[in-house]
Design a binder for this molecule. Structure first.
Ligand code: ACM
Ligand code: ZN
Length: 756
């Protein structure tokens, strides 16, 4: 055959053999967030010294990022070649979507925008060895598997928040935070810049904001609920100059991250009011807050001067932040001072408003109008629904999802950040060794399982859900290392909630990708939490017999355990079948690989009592987001954590009176019943005022004394014969005026019911 044809044949044959779909044993790339669509081919593309990247100016951000990543990360120097090409593809309808094609001869990145191409680059980055992350890849060539990926995000808003008011972090650290967002294909950084404990943004027109409002005299030590209250006696504070802000915004733009500033109003304004007392209703001198919580000194809604101030502040904010959205807070604004302020009351009268909630609506709507006139839109926490919603506002739903449902049904955009799944200041493990946190319990799996579309929305209404965000409030997070600890790995789960369609999500698969991803985090020197090698347990009851089952998340490991309270070691029994539970015991277990313990030791104290494994019914059901391990968890012999009400043992009910019935199977004598309730005013959790115990022939009401303790014990201690035990637990009621969350229904959290 003629030479030319033969050459063509060879080229095709090589391409055919090297890039056809491989039927088995493919190494699937371990990408987070998971890709929507990928096919792995046989063969590799070898990226080597002297190769090059070709792109036109449409793709300059992405191409520059990739060039720097390769050259800074390895000994590969790029030249002017077309081994990696960026191709404009107008048929890709999602501006953030991309196609990544890797054949033996070329890498093609197709996108309709630089943003889409940027996410292709982030995927390619995760196909490269982790040494590229810190410049420790010493070779000058690397093989990348042939594949084709078609990918696009599920949601257009994929955010992370950071509170820099309670504790402040350096510009260098903020940049690293932004780097992490970009790596995980998130596109929004919500920067919480002002609060009661500090104003962190330079405003040229009001210098006392940086001179006074950005410093507090001292800070609370320990947890808010610790008694007695102590302070560290150290001045704390700082602020970002306008040059700092410009630097961060420009840096973020180079990674397609929008920075949304939050300027809190009308509440969480004590720092600003301390510098300019005339901004409050009372005009008296107050200090920048030194403790956490909700404060009554909020911006006066009656005086014109408040609006002059805020509009001037916003003018400077708009100049600094090109973002379409400005977050104006709106949460947790007690109306105490508005009720007694002449200016506020006159405003209510003059405008014919019904009450202070409508005054809040006036406040927010007026600020919205101002920002709209400058071409900007507002986002507010879901309290902006009170007294009516500003016409164009986007609602950030944090107090559960009701705010989102109400707003979406009214045709407003919403962003989902409910405390139950998105608050990374909550504990992530029940280990006692965790750093002090605000409370709550939000493990990795719960973040991963979040479905951002509330069930109450139909298909049309769910279009208003723009996306999701993880929040990091920093009352209990003084250092940058601790920020990382609280954010990683939960941000990995959140990125997948935001990016990946449910059909490509699977927790077990995610966990194995996290295990791989941790090596990248090591290369990036991130201080991530690692709870992958922990043991989890669950009580199971079969034919009136109780057993305890153990599992761990990752593959190729064994669990070893003891039941006498001693530490497990490489000689301890290997767990195979559920462990019988018919007497008190202390179970300790840990994950081992090659004779070495990997994670921390799991400890469970079992208190065998008369109700363990019996029948229990609860009406109504607990809240879906705090359903623990179900009703049976209240009589499984295991008490919940003393500090983490959201763990598997506590059940949470929002606003409902609860009836709990235990069927002991036959009449028997009981001598005492004990249970306990969680008290957490900051989280709107209150013990009931009394509970009623009902038996077959008898009943008794037990008063629960008012207490600030976070655990409230209730004990019934009389002999009775009964088959059924019923507990009536009335809800505390509406949260009173002077407390956080006032006007809302209180939560009830109940732990194990111990029947002796
Ligand atoms: C909030 O957590 N106060 C929005
Ligand atoms: Zn006022």
């Amino acid at each position: 055959m003629p030479i030319k044809k033969f050459t063509v044949f060879i080229v095709f044959a090589v391409l055919f053999w090297s890039c056809q779909q491989k039927p088995s044993e493919v190494i699937v790339p371990q990408i987070i967030p998971n890709l929507q669509n990928q096919s792995i081919m046989e063969g590799n593309f070898v990226l080597r010294d002297g190769m090059g990247i070709q792109n036109d100016s449409d793709f300059s951000i992405s191409a520059d990022f990739l060039k720097n990543f390769i050259q800074d990360g390895s000994h590969i120097t790029l030249k002017e070649n077309d081994d990696i090409v960026f191709v404009k593809d107008t048929s890709i309808s999602n501006v953030e979507g991309y196609v990544l094609e890797i054949s033996t001869s070329q890498i093609r990145i197709k996108a309709n925008s630089d943003q889409g191409a940027f996410y292709a680059v982030q995927t390619l980055r995760q196909l490269l060895p982790v040494g590229f992350e810190n410049g420790s890849f010493y070779k000058n060539e690397v093989a990348i598997p042939c594949l084709k990926i078609e990918d696009e995000p599920r949601f257009q808003y994929r955010g992370m928040h950071l509170d820099v008011a309670r504790h402040m972090f350096s510009v260098e650290f903020i940049k690293k935070y932004i780097d992490a967002l970009a790596m995980l294909k998130m596109n929004t950084f919500h920067w919480h810049l002002t609060d009661d404990q500090g104003w962190r943004l330079e405003i040229k027109k009001y210098p006392k904001l940086q001179e006074l409002a950005s410093y507090r005299d001292q800070t609370l030590v320990g947890h808010f609920s610790d008694q007695p209250t102590t302070y560290d006696g150290k001045r704390y504070g700082g602020f970002y100059t306008q040059e700092d802000i410009k630097e961060v915004v420009a840096y973020a733009q180079k990674q397609h991250i929008t920075v949304i500033p939050e300027i809190e109003m009308p509440g969480h304004a004590q720092a600003a009011i301390s510098a300019y007392p005339e901004l409050g209703c009372r005009g008296d001198s107050i200090k920048v807050a030194q403790t956490w919580g909700v404060f009554e000194d909020i911006f006066c809604a009656g005086k014109e001067s408040t609006f002059t101030f805020l509009e001037s502040v916003l003018d400077e904010v708009i100049d600094l932040f090109p973002s379409e959205y400005v977050h104006i807070g709106g949460d947790e604004a007690p109306k105490t001072h508005w009720k007694t302020c002449d200016a506020c009351q006159n405003r209510i009268k003059d405008l014919g408003l019904k009450d202070e909630h409508e005054l809040q609506n006036y406040f927010i709507t007026r600020i919205e109008k101002y920002l709209n006139s400058k071409g900007r839109q507002i986002i507010g926490w879901d309290e902006i629904l009170e007294g009516g919603l500003a016409p164009n506002a986007t609602v950030m739903s944090w107090r559960g999802t009701n705010g989102a449902v109400e707003a979406a049904k009214a045709g407003h955009n919403v962003i989902m950040t409910p405390t139950s799944h998105c608050y990374f200041d909550y504990y992530q493990s029940t280990n006692e060794g965790e750093p002090l946190a605000i409370g709550g319990y939000l493990p990795l799996e719960k973040v991963y399982g979040f479905n951002p579309i509330p069930e109450e929305l139909n298909q049309d209404e769910s279009q208003y859900v723009l996306g999701v965000q993880g929040n990091l409030w920093t009352e209990y997070i003084p250092t940058e290392r601790q920020v990382e600890y609280m954010v990683f790995p939960r941000i990995l789960a959140m990125s997948e909630v935001a990016w990946t369609n449910p059909e490509y999500k699977n927790y077990e698969d995610f966990v194995s990708r996290v295990e791989t991803f941790n090596m990248r985090l090591d290369a990036l020197a991130k201080n991530y939490a690692n709870h992958l090698y922990e043991v989890e347990g669950a009580l199971i009851t079969e034919k009136e017999q109780s057993f305890y089952a153990l599992k761990t998340l990752t593959k190729d490991k064994v669990i070893r355990y003891t039941t006498n309270g001693s530490e497990p070691n490489e000689q301890s029994v290997i767990y195979e079948d559920p462990i019988p539970f018919n007497e008190n015991m202390t179970l300790k277990a840990a994950v081992f690989k090659n004779g070495k313990q990997l994670g921390t030791t799991f400890t469970e104290h079992f208190n065998y009592h008369k109700a363990v494994g019996k029948k229990i019914t609860i009406s109504p059901d607990p809240s879906k987001v705090y359903a623990g391990s179900g009703a049976q968890g209240l009589i499984n012999g295991i008490s919940g954590s003393d500090t983490r009400y959201g763990d598997k043992e506590w059940l949470g009910f929002w606003g409902d009176d609860v009836g709990i019935t235990i069927d002991l199977g036959e009449e028997m004598e009981i001598n005492a019943i004990k249970t306990r309730f969680h008290n957490g005013q900051g989280q709107w959790i209150y013990a009931p005022k009394y509970i009623e115990f009902q038996f077959d022939h008898d009943s008794q009401i037990i008063e629960v004394p008012d207490s600030n303790d976070i655990l409230v014990l209730v004990e019934f201690d009389k002999k009775v014969r009964t088959r059924y035990i019923k507990l009536i637990v009335p809800n505390y009621g509406i949260i009173p005026e002077e407390y956080q969350g006032s006007g809302n229904k209180a939560w009830t959290f109940i732990d194990e019911i111990i029947v002796n």
